[in-house]
Structure formats: C-alpha cells, structure tokens
Design a protein around this ligand. Sequence first.
Ligand SMILES: NC(=O)c1ccc[n+]([C@@H]2O[C@H](COP(=O)([O-])OP(=O)(O)OC[C@H]3O[C@@H](n4cnc5c(N)ncnc54)[C@H](O)[C@@H]3O)[C@@H](O)[C@H]2O)c1
Length: 311
Amino acid sequence: MKYLITGGAGFIGTALSNRLTSQGHHVLVLDDCSAGDPAALHQDVKFTKGNISDKTLLWTLLQDVDCVFHLAARVSVPESTLFPSAYNHVNVSGTVTLMEAVRDTRIKRILFASSGAIYGDQTQIPYQETLEVKPRSPYAVSKLAAEHYVRTIGMQAGIEAVCLRIFNAYGPGQRIPLSHPPIIPNFLKHALTNGSVVIHGNGTQTRDYIYVDDVVNAMVSASTAAGIDQEVINIGSGVETSIIELVRLVRLVTGRKPEEIINPHKSGGTERMCADITKACEKLNFLPMVPLETGLRLTMEKDPLLKTARS
Ligand SMILES: NC(=O)c1ccc[n+]([C@@H]2O[C@H](COP(=O)([O-])OP(=O)(O)OC[C@H]3O[C@@H](n4cnc5c(N)ncnc54)[C@H](O)[C@@H]3O)[C@@H](O)[C@H]2O)c1
C-alpha cells in the first residue's frame, strides 16, 4: 500500500513510518521539522519537508496514496495554554486543509491521531469512547475540533475517517525538550544522571502509559480493518499507573535512587486517566504487548540519548 504520514518525522510518526516501510509498503512523510527529525527515518521513506497548511504540496504528495495517517500537530498541553491560537492554526486549520486535499484527491481512508486528553476529568474509569468529553486545555480542544472536522468532511466526501484517541505514549525516540518534557523520558534521564524527579500534586494522579510499538500495532491494524468508518477508538494499555508507582518502576529499571521532590502547590493535572480498550480489541484485534516495566527497560536500552546518559 502507499501511505502519506503527516508529522511522520516525530516520535510516533518515525516508529510508524519505519514499521510500514519494513513491511514493504511505500511511505511518504510530510513534516515541517518543527519538532521532528527525519534522521531516524528508514532510508526507503520518501521524506518531504513542508507544512500541513500547504495545500498545493498536499495535492502533489497525495497522488495515488491509499491511506493517510495524520499526526502533524503541536503536542504540548502546557504550551497550548500559552499559545492557543498557534495550536488552533496547526492542529485545527491544518487538519481542515489536509481534509480538503484528501477530499480533492479522493483518498479512501484517513486515520487521525487524536488524544485521550479530550476526555478531561471523568468520574467513570476506564474512559469509554461514549463518555461526554470535557477537554481542559487548548490542546485538547484542538484535537476535539480536528476529530469533528475529520469525521464530518470524511462523511460528506465518502472518505473512511477514523479517530484514534491515543493515551500517554512513550518509548525510544521521544524528545525531551527543556520546557515541559514528557514524564517518562524525563524521569529516566534524571534517574540515570543522578538528578531528581519532580512530582507535581501529591503523586496519586494516574495515567495510561502505552509503549510506542503497541501504538503502532493499533495504527497499522486500523489502516486495513473493515467496518471502522467514522469510529472513535481508544488506544491505551488499559492499565492505570500513579506517578508514585512510575517513580518506583523508574528506580527499579535504572537501579538508581533519584531524589524525589514533591511540589504540592502545582496541580498534577487530570486526576485519573485510563483507556477502556474493549473497542480497540474488538475492532482492531488490538492487544497491548508491552507492560510498563518492560517498556521502560526497552526505552532505556534503545533511546540514543538515554543510552548516552547511562554510560
Ligand atoms: N505522544 C503521545 O503520548 C500522544 C498522545 C496522544 C496523541 N498524540 C498525537 O499523536 C501525534 C504524534 O505525536 P508525537 O508524540 O509523535 O509528537 P511529535 O511532536 O514528535 O510529532 C509531531 C510532528 O508533527 C510535526 N509538525 C508540527 N507542526 C507541523 C506542521 N505545521 N506541518 C507539518 N508538520 C508539523 C512536528 O515536526 C513533529 O515531527 C500528534 O498528533 C499528537 O497530538 C500523541
């Protein structure tokens, strides 16, 4: 099959592009390199540096493509609070531009990388796709708006449109920016360099961490699964892990004892997050294969920056 992956030089996009290429598929990647780096892409991936809002470029790239994975986005929840209009521009307007181009070029299927952040705080755990969503940040709002555009334009234009609500993905290749880094590579890095880990709130808040290879399994399966047009499907591990438990596992796999700094004054964000993955299991034959402890070990062993930090 021939795929276009927007944001394909990013963390999840690189893993997805390389998997599809190694399976013999023809993969095109469009990424503006604002956060991604094409250096880790398989040599057979055809990379184009460009913006998701460039419709002419999209028309060219979409010729004869069978399926689009739309991952290009700005992805930091705290940053979205500072720059909501920038998040709206890329995540919402960029998605609408892509959908116009997908419609014009008569693409059969688009899979949108949505987010578990859309749910916000819920009382019912685990989160089912049928829950009323309560986005708590401009990032989450932008993902929800994009979901609506993908499904609505898809429905009107006869394009199979599927939204995958990914929970907290982690694994090798995840960037660790200085400001607002993702928690898992950040904790591993600080543990390996004998630094300290900062816990916001009281550490009892939970997240659903899913190893990147499991996310890719679900995405690849969604590219050919039958009967999923217009579906919204959670992609998580289905396991709820507190920050305190995560710190324990980080200590275990690194063999180090980073100093723990508790910052009760800063909110730890949404109290609990856990995906109900029944629908993914039924529709995509999805089964998460990598438990958190194993995923942390794999991340530490395979991530180039963490490998350096270890030595
Ligand atoms: N990582 C997670 O835990 C997670 C969870 C839920 C949803 N998602 C979604 O999955 C997707 C991929 O996330 P990721 O973690 O790999 O993030 P990432 O930042 O590594 O990847 C996003 C990519 O999009 C590119 N990009 C940004 N703006 C662009 C633009 N205007 N035009 C072209 N390319 C652009 C960036 O350069 C980057 O390579 C995103 O849509 C994100 O919202 C990720």
